[in-house]
Design a protein around this ligand. Structure first.
Ligand code: XMP
Length: 326
């Protein structure tokens, strides 16, 4: 039997009861596969890896070693939430690495989007590998592969590990949600008790805020972007847009304009709001945000965020604009 193929008979997981049955079945399967050995997981804080972590903690507890690499390009509060939920509440074996300086030093002065992406991806693998090599007795690597990952690769997705781990580390894969669709992963995550905000987190690119701090990243502009983005998220939450809009964020270009603050000249960057709806991210439409809310968000961002003196709303659908700016 091809165990990368979802059986026709497999019911879509839509209710807590179905999720619980799936969890019980996977807990038993993981225990049978892993025995008393150790499993390593790169925990990004994204939906899939978070659900796999919670499932494996239930199945094998401290035999799971989670590694969370903070590349310094996370949204406000995200690494903190990983530590809170997994390190504290679920009492996981969690290794937290703050690699902010490493990433930002490497990225200094690099303006070209593809080079930025390559640096971020490459360094991520390096940091993860370094940590993995320090650990002893790890026999398995867990991954948050989901069914669309398998389908999109025509069933032949090279199931190479997240990190292209050192050659001498031979590890068998543990992929408990590989036959599930995204909506099912979320139902399972909620049944495992993960916070709603974590399970229904909007998509977030691997290179994180790195592709939204446009051009060469500087710490001050990255900080301004993170704070402005947090305000946008808070206002979307409060005003019922969070569950309605597929993806929303701020981008901050490397451009300053003249403004005036407290009677003095105030040069600052513009914060650009992007809020789009889509089903597959191949094309996207623009959400109609009420003007009153746009004014309120503008007021908050320009008053609360150091370095920002304008707020713009990007009205460009995809195509012609991609969702991200870089
Ligand atoms: P674009 O900008 O191509 O984005 O319209 C489509 C969707 O993909 C996300 N995205 C990424 N996700 N790594 C990721 O994991 C990336 O490098 C990346 N670039 C874009 C983007 O946020 C949007 O949801």
């Amino acid at each position: 039997m091809d165990n990368n193929k979802r059986p026709e008979s497999m019911e879509r997981i839509t209710t807590p009861a179905l999720a619980q049955a799936f969890i019980d079945e996977q807990v038993a399967a993981v225990r049978a596969q892993v025995g008393d050995k150790k499993v390593l997981l790169a925990l990004s804080g994204g939906v899939d890896s978070s659900v796999v972590a919670a499932l494996l903690i239930k199945a094998i507890g401290k035999q799971l070693v989670c590694v969370h690499v903070n590349h310094g390009l996370m949204r406000k509060g995200e690494s903190e939430q990983v530590i809170e939920v997994f390190g504290k509440e679920l009492d996981a074996n969690l290794i937290y690495i703050d690699a902010t300086d490493r990433f930002l030093d490497l990225l200094a002065g690099v303006a070209e989007p593809e080079r930025k992406r390559k640096i971020i991806g490459g360094e991520f693998i390096k940091v993860f590998d370094e940590e993995a090599s320090k650990l002893e007795g790890i026999s398995f690597l867990a991954q948050g592969t989901i069914y669309p990952d398998i389908l999109e690769s025509d069933g032949v997705k090279a199931h190479h590990n997240v990190g292209g781990l050192p050659e001498d580390m031979e590890m068998e894969l543990v992929e408990p949600v590989k036959l599930l669709y995204k909506d099912e992963v979320r139902v399972v995550g909620e049944a495992l008790g993960l916070p709603h905000a974590m399970v229904y987190r909007q998509p977030f690119p691997g290179p994180g805020l790195g592709v939204r701090c446009l051009g060469a990243i500087t710490r001050d502009r990255l900080h301004a972007l993170r704070e402005a983005d947090a305000i946008l998220r808070e206002e979307f939450d409060k005003n019922g847009l969070a569950g309605k809009v597929w993806q929303y964020f701020i981008a901050v270009p490397d451009v300053k304009s003249v403004g005036v603050k407290d009677g003095k000249r105030y040069e600052g960057w513009p914060a650009i709001i992007r809020a789009v709806n889509t089903t597959d991210a191949m094309s996207a439409t623009i959400e109609e945000i009420p003007y009153a809310l746009l004014h309120h968000i503008t007021d908050r961002i320009t008053h609360e965020v150091e370095g920002i003196n304008r707020v713009l709303y990007d009205l460009t659908p995809k195509p012609i604009g991609t969702i991200e700016w870089e």
